[in-house]
Ligand binder design. Structure first.
Ligand code: PEP
Length: 254
């Protein structure tokens, strides 16, 4: 099965709305000349409306960086899937390692968020990945297994149509140290195997698995060439139009 690569920019807590809108415009212009890939940008919540306006008429998707598992209520500081949709989003990132580590989000909470976001009709980029200590301590397989089995628990085959898994080794995020293409391929193949074992071979075959962790224009081509790498979740290099658009081009040429 051929899986359409999905390249997403996670802008994290960066850019005021005018800069976010300008970046989105540049991405949309570049993406209009490409084919064979999907593209999503994920600005901060306060820029969603501005970016949504810029993306109107473009096929670049818009995503939130987080959401809660309730529609509304006394959850100060949270955003519901419905609110993201109201701001123009079709996507949301759930389980980014910064949410896991800094904000203490665990697999059970992330699973609730994932299932509710899907129920509301959002597509989800669900992040997994091991720390350096876990990799060096030989725990990587167990960590990925727990994140996949507990994080994706309860999803039906139909639910998986709205799920992309982002494999993001924590040691590669924002460090400039990228997983080698072989390390990425091994982790992606292992993750796909876990999904096959727990959710079925057809689900695993169709599931897109993005790589994230210091993706740059000069390493994107060799990463995307690997058979189980189905796109990227890009942080730092997504904040500059030149570098993100070069990554889009590399993926479109693969
Ligand atoms: C990320 O935050 O999802 C990420 C991959 O960041 P960076 O590309 O900067 O490593």
């Amino acid at each position: 099965m051929s899986r359409i690569p999905v390249i997403a920019g996670n802008w994290k807590m960066n850019l005021l709305s005018s800069d976010a809108a300008a970046l989105a415009k540049s991405v949309a212009d570049a993406f209009a000349g490409l084919s064979g890939i999907e593209c999503v940008v994920c600005p901060v919540a306060t820029s969603l409306h501005a970016v949504s306006g810029v993306l109107a008429g473009s096929s670049v998707g818009l995503g939130g960086q987080n959401c809660y598992h309730e529609e509304s209520g006394a959850f100060t500081g949270e955003l519901s899937p419905q609110m993201l949709q109201d701001a123009g989003c079709g996507w949301v990132i759930i389980g980014h390692s910064e949410r896991r580590k800094i904000f203490g989000e665990g697999d059970a909470l992330l699973n609730r968020k994932l299932r509710y976001a899907l129920q509301c009709g959002l597509k989800v980029m669900f992040c997994i990945g091991e720390t350096l200590e876990e990799r060096e301590g030989g725990q990587m397989d167990d960590v990925l297994k727990t994140q996949v089995v507990e994080g994706l628990a309860g999803l039906s085959e139909a639910d998986f149509a709205g799920v992309v898994v982002a494999y993001e080794p924590v040691w590669a995020i924002g460090t400039g140290v990228t997983a080698s293409p072989e390390q990425a391929q091994d982790a992606h193949a292992f993750t796909r195997g876990l999904v096959a074992e727990h959710f079925g071979a057809a689900v695993a075959e169709g599931l897109r698995i993005q790589y994230g962790g210091s993706v740059k224009p000069d390493n994107a081509a060799e990463l995307i060439a690997k058979p189980d790498v189905d796109g990227f979740l890009v942080g730092g290099a997504a904040l500059k139009a030149d570098s993100f658009n070069a990554i889009l081009s590399a993926a479109a040429q693969a």
